[in-house]
Design a binder for this molecule. Structure first.
Ligand code: FES
Length: 131
């Protein structure tokens, strides 16, 4: 059974699931990190409902990146607008889990949402050199 560990505020919460056995939560892709989190009561934000239109489900993969589905272009484009983007970043609603994963929620996501900061929809704040 794949094991997924979510690190939230420095605390690790590990859940296990069996492929094909989760009730689809209708948030994100089936068996995505977000779908798993919703099924197993892990508080992963999902302001757009898992449709790749915000970045509140941003997670940083610490282990097991090879156990996730390949990143598609819409996820890459959306991630480009995330604060605190790292080379290990994924969107929880788009990354489908195929094996063990350890991921961490970036600090700003939770603070931003908890403070009622609203959501980022469709706006890019990327700064490209020479652009
Ligand atoms: S929940 Fe909005 S992009 Fe994943």
């Amino acid at each position: 059974m794949p094991k997924v560990t979510f690190i939230i505020d420095g605390d690790a919460q590990t859940v296990e699931f069996e492929h094909g056995q989760l009730d689809y939560s209708h948030h994100g892709k089936p068996e995505s990190l977000l779908d798993i989190a919703k099924n197993l009561d892990v508080p992963l934000e999902h302001a757009c409902g898992g449709s790749c239109a915000c970045t509140t489900c941003h997670v940083i993969i610490r282990e097991g990146a090879q156990n996730l589905s390949e990143m598609e272009e819409d996820e890459a484009d959306r991630l480009d607008t995330a604060w605190d983007l790292t080379t290990h970043s994924r969107l929880g609603c788009q990354a489908v889990v195929k094996g063990d994963i350890v991921c961490e929620l970036p600090m700003y996501t939770r603070n931003y949402v908890q403070e009622g900061g609203g959501i980022q929809l469709g706006k890019s704040d990327r700064k490209r050199e020479g652009a």
